[in-house]
Design a protein around this ligand. Structure first.
Ligand SMILES: [Zn+2]
Length: 328
């Protein structure tokens, strides 16, 4: 990969001199612009939502510890559940994804939406698809924000599903005073980097990717398209709503590179996320209806596209880091 640091800056740094502030500012402006251009090229038509959120929209600070607002009207979020691969089912909303991975010994569920949507979208969705919600043995939570962990308590209390989360995000739930007015899921299984969650004939490999939250989990797993195995790289946290300083951006960037390398090593050709905004899940599900025999699956973008997704998040995070007000 070509270096984005202009040669002149390297020479100046090598001499132990700092460039004049105005020159330094100009150079960092040039670097920001080339990163944004690279991110835009990497996003192409596949990841426009991701690009918009992390490179274009104003960045946000971490959410405060406040109670969730009232549930929005059902028609704003409801969408039909769908079988997406031989062994993978979508039971999410228009905005947030919950994926049910069917195994020979029950279901591994990935993420649980907001609490208001869990009953109808997950329990109702699985039932509509002919799956038994009581067969959900494991629930993997990508990170402890209310749009992903809202239904964890329901699955734990009603079905005895084992809840898997990374330690820092269990701690975030335990420390929250106001975000879980109807109760919190009780601490259960603690995820570790590289851990395989195995149920029957299926395994999900967990990859810790701190950044979006300190305990964000990404994943690799296999799906089948008419019997043909394909590997999914699931990115567990995308937006920059963490403390926006250089150390946090460095952690985030390192995780994007770690997951990009893991996805490439596993020959992942599908990129999935927990927001439709980032992987166009709901749109792709609609496209599936028009798929003709022999055409590729709408989710199968190829390994090159999966790499481009992580280039977008990496470049945009580098640009956002450069935009931080310099410490004086
Ligand atoms: Zn989040």
């Amino acid at each position: 990969m070509k270096s984005l640091v202009p040669a002149a800056l390297v020479i100046v740094a090598g001499l132990g001199l700092s460039p004049a502030p105005a020159q330094a500012q100009e150079r960092s402006q040039d670097q920001i612009e080339s990163l944004l251009a690279a991110a835009k090229a990497a996003a192409a038509f596949d990841f426009t939502g991701t690009l918009a959120r992390v490179c274009i929209a104003p960045q946000t600070a971490p959410g405060r510890d406040v109670a969730p607002g009232p549930a929005p009207a059902r028609e704003t979020w409801f969408t039909e559940p769908a079988q997406v691969f031989d062994n993978l089912y979508f039971v999410g909303t228009k905005y947030h994804s919950s994926w049910a991975l069917k195994t020979s010994d029950g279901i591994i569920l990935i993420d649980t939406l907001y609490e208001y949507a869990a009953e109808e979208a997950i329990v109702g969705g699985l039932t509509k698809l002919g799956l038994d919600p009581a067969s959900v043995k494991y629930v993997i939570i990508s990170h402890a924000h209310l749009d992903h962990d809202g239904g964890a308590k329901l699955m734990q209390d009603r079905y005895g599903s084992r809840i898997i989360m990374a330690a820092p995000d269990w701690e975030a739930i335990e420390q929250s005073v106001n975000q879980y007015p109807n109760g919190k899921p009780k601490r259960d299984l603690v995820a570790t980097d590289g851990q395989k969650v195995t149920l029957g004939d299926t395994s999900v490999t967990l990859i810790t990717t701190p950044g979006h939250t300190p305990g964000t989990l990404s994943m690799l797993f296999e799906v089948k398209d008419h019997g043909r195995p394909l590997t999914v790289a699931y990115s567990g946290g995308t937006a920059f709503n963490f403390v926006n300083d250089a150390p946090h951006f460095d952690i985030y960037i390192a995780s994007q590179r770690k997951m990009a390398a893991a996805a490439a090593a596993a020959h992942a050709t599908i990129l999935m996320s927990n927001h439709s905004e980032f992987d166009s899940a709901v749109t792709k599900i609609k496209e599936m209806a028009a798929r003709r025999p022999g055409e590729p699956h709408p989710f199968e973008l190829g390994a090159e596209a999966v790499a481009r997704y992580f280039q977008v998040t990496d470049d945009c995070a580098q640009a956002a880091k450069l935009k931080l007000a310099p410490k004086t």
